[in-house]
Ligand binder design. Structure first.
Ligand code: GTP
Ligand code: MG
Length: 403
């Protein structure tokens, strides 16, 4: 049930800066294309309002953190290598990079909203490259890559002659299986387009592109992180991207990284996603650093409300992937685990997951021995098919005990 979010885009737009700001794992960042060749995997966090205040407890988190009622729950991110036009044909190691991108369940497409990098990620004067072009280009690369995979041994399908819908979908699912795409998504889209297997020899290239585009957008949902908004003129591009109908989050990965580092060094009290911070150790900052922090505060936090990085991550997990937060406990009276730790864990699970799914997520054996779950707020028992709700506080009773 773990979900992976990929940070993707053309080279030199700030993907690795975004990744470092989110995970605090230092990876190479530089002002030229193809700094990243091997993808970086790391742990970032989603930010949620913890239930500790609502239920009136002082918590003692184990798998996550809670500061003043704000829970940070770990999630997995992958910083991918940049794609250039015709990556799907193999240009710039495109095939390899696309394969890696497709391991993700949802994508954050980082674009350079300052328009200061050309189509291949080389530096150009700010405002001279239109980031809308990058959005179209990436969509096309992903579609063409998937189309190529779908069409592998296409003749084999055609030669079969009469083929039933189930057999057809099976063969599509088989081809796309390496991309973590579910059979049901493929079936939905084939049926929606009313493509008939008996006419497969007359399906046009356009039919196939539409089919693959729909499968991709439903199974690899994406948002645009419009980065480098600290560069003047960027917000005009952000508005244009928004107006074109794309879900867009204005970002400054560089600002987030500066703030996270200031917090790490105890120079500020910044928390990821906050709209303000206080300087804690003014005497330890030089004039340049002070001015830098002031600029972030005035020009990003005050104007936009945040650096956008936390919003983008939260959006990816909660809106694109439809995850919810649940709090499993062992003791329903004081909401603790067997060591007495209150609200020890916050789990992210997909909307629709059941009490038994949660049990299996905690431990396979606990899932196998599932007896019932108890809503720790109401003390009511629920069965294995109970669909968990956001912020549920539950205890699992199983024949198998945790160690
Ligand atoms: N002004 C500004 N520059 C940024 C921002 N984020 C990243 N950069 C700069 O953009 C350049 C590229 O950053 P990277 O994070 O290496 O970009 P990338 O997309 O990972 O690049 P590749 O790995 O080559 O694909 C670096 O010089 C960063 O300092 C931002 O928010 N604002
Ligand atoms: Mg990089």
């Amino acid at each position: 049930m773990k979900r992976l979010v990929g940070i993707v885009g053309k080279p030199n737009v700030g993907k690795s800066t975004f990744f470092t700001a989110a995970t605090m794992i230092s990876v190479p960042v530089a002002a030229y294309p193809f700094t990243t060749i091997k993808p970086n995997h790391g742990v970032g966090y989603v930010r949620v309002k913890c239930i500790c205040k609502e239920i009136g407890v002082k918590d003692d988190p184990v798998n996550s953190t809670c500061i003043n009622g704000t829970r940070m729950i770990p999630i997995e991110l992958i910083d991918c290598a940049g794609l250039v036009p015709d990556a799907w044909k193999g240009k710039g190691l495109g095939n390899k990079f696309l394969d890696e991108i497709m391991t993700a369940d949802a994508l954050i497409h980082v674009v350079d909203a300052s328009g200061a990098t050309d189509v291949e990620g080389k530096i150009c004067p700010a405002g001279t490259h239109d980031p809308m072009k990058d959005i179209k280009f990436l969509d096309r690369e992903l579609d063409m890559w998937m189309l190529r995979i779908l069409k592998r041994d296409w003749d084999k399908i055609l030669r079969k002659g009469k083929i039933g819908i189930d057999e057809l979908i099976d063969s599509f699912a088989d081809r796309l299986s390496g991309l973590a795409i579910r059979r049901s998504s493929i079936e939905n889209e084939v049926r929606k387009l009313r493509l008939m297997p008996e006419n497969i020899s007359s399906w046009s290239e356009e039919n196939l592109i539409t089919l693959i585009h729909n499968i991709r957008t439903s199974s690899k949902p994406m948002i645009i992180a419009a980065n480098k908004i600290d560069v003047s003129g960027s917000m005009d591009n952000v508005s244009r991207i928004e107006k074109s109908g794309h879900v867009t989050i204005p970002c400054s990965a560089e600002a987030e990284l500066a703030l996270r580092r200031s917090r790490q060094k105890n120079l500020t009290n910044y928390e990821p996603g906050n709209d303000k911070f206080n300087i804690l150790n003014k005497e330890k900052l030089n004039l340049e650093q002070l001015q830098g922090l002031q600029k972030i505060s005035d020009e990003i936090l005050l104007k936009i409300g945040s650096t956008g990085i936390q919003n983008a991550i939260n959006f990816a997990f909660f809106k694109l992937l439809n995850m919810i937060t649940v709090y499993p406990v062992e003791n329903i009276e004081n909401f603790s685990d067997h060591k007495g730790r209150v609200l020890p864990d916050a789990y992210l699970i997909p909307y629709g997951a059941t009490a038994k799914d949660l049990a299996s997520m905690i431990h396979t054996e606990i899932g196998k021995g599932f007896l019932y779950a108890t809503d720790a707020r109401t003390k009511m028992r629920v069965g294995e098919d109970y669909k968990l709700k956001d912020n549920d506080l539950v205890s699992i009773t199983s024949t198998s005990k945790r160690g």
